[in-house]
Design a protein around this ligand. Structure first.
Ligand code: HEC
Length: 124
């Protein structure tokens, strides 16, 4: 009986270690620079199309994917809590865009504050 419990305990411990190790080593799908390039630059930029209500359903889904990756990145500078708030707001806004919520664009415009986020998190 004792060996059984030891085996159970050991298996559980290994599972926890394995899972957390995995989560730590999982790289975000896109780096911050890639997200900036793909979502915020170009003519027209994806973000601008979304703000103008001209993004296709596919493009809205792409924005959501990009912001989810952004949120999974660590900022090169600044407070981690602030980063989480800003990136979660972008993820929430992109979800609203995908769902065609009536207030999605207003939400997105508010979350998409380039200068404020750069001031806090972009290296000089
Ligand atoms: C949630 C925070 C956040 C928001 C919002 C944000 N950025 Fe950024 N951006 C960053 C960070 C952090 C970097 C620096 C990345 C690095 O150096 O690793 C960056 C870098 C950039 C770069 C340089 C990329 C490169 O290859 O060096 C461009 C261009 C850029 N952002 C454009 C924009 C524009 C345009 C907007 C608004 C439409 C915007 N960003 C909104 C966080 C943000």
């Amino acid at each position: 009986m004792r060996t059984l419990w030891m085996t159970v305990g050991l298996t559980a411990t290994l599972a926890v270690l394995w899972c957390s190790g995995n989560a730590l080593s999982a790289d975000p799908k896109y780096s911050i620079k890639e997200v900036m390039k793909l979502a915020h630059t170009g003519k027209p930029a994806l973000c601008a199309k979304a703000v103008q209500g001209k993004a296709t359903p596919e493009e809205k889904k792409q924005l959501l994917e990009l912001y989810e990756a952004l949120a999974a990145n660590k900022p090169p500078r600044g407070d981690a809590k602030d980063w989480k708030e800003r990136t979660s707001a972008l993820v929430e806004a992109a979800k609203a865009l995908v769902a065609n919520d009536p207030d999605a664009i207003a939400k997105y415009k508010k979350a998409l504050n380039c200068a404020a986020c750069h001031q806090e998190h972009k290296p000089n």
